[in-house]
Design a protein around this ligand. Sequence first.
Ligand SMILES: [Zn+2]
Length: 263
Amino acid sequence: MSVVWRVGLTVWCLFLTADVWSAPSSQKWEEQKGQNFIIYDRDVPQDFVDTVMASAQEDFGRVTANLGISRYQGWSWDKRAVIYIYRDEEDYVQNGQQAGWSHGAALAEAKVIKTYPSAQGFFDSMLPHELGHIIFREFVGMSADVPLWFEEGVAMYQEKAKRFGSDRAVREAIEKGQFIPLTELTDMRLYKDTDENTVQLFYAEAASVVYFLITEFDEQHFHQFCRELKENTRFEDALRKTYVRIKGLEDLNTMWLRHLEGG
Ligand SMILES: [Zn+2]
């Protein structure tokens, strides 16, 4: 499960255990069914709901293509993902039982997203990011060996701006001696009380290295890498198997740093 929260214009999404996820209340919801999505809303203007449906549908096509699963069967009928749009922030926090700092939440396993209309970055960041989590996890499977930084990096790659500026943030961290090497990043977990600078650096590095991996090599390799993960190949083995030039996490770290320092 993931919870997204924002500070300024940054979208963060924290993975938490599923036991903190609560099912949406049974209070009255308006229902709208689309090809791949069902939207439930409470007192949300119809044109907003229509825009969410159209955007989600468009994101679905873009994300599946990005992940190389464009021949994906889609989510018709009982496989559709569900988006709950609460009336406002108060309704979302109180009745959606979400933390006050979050603007959206998704449970990949159940393919459910919760949010509210004024959530920051709704269409450009939140929606594609959360859909990215759901589609990626559904493709590779819940048991696939995926470090949190990769999961988040893949979700951020789906955002419209693809976390523009993350390379610069990582370069700054290198200069200040705060850079976290990939092997350490792989062991990192984020919690509600993890300090803001650490969380920010975690996301900047995740976005930067996944972007590097996708753009330095061709997309076909990335798609192949996702298929290896789907086969339950261990993460580092999948790296070695797909990218012959990359001998492991440390090697990827070296290549990524070289790229950052040269760019
Ligand atoms: Zn996320």
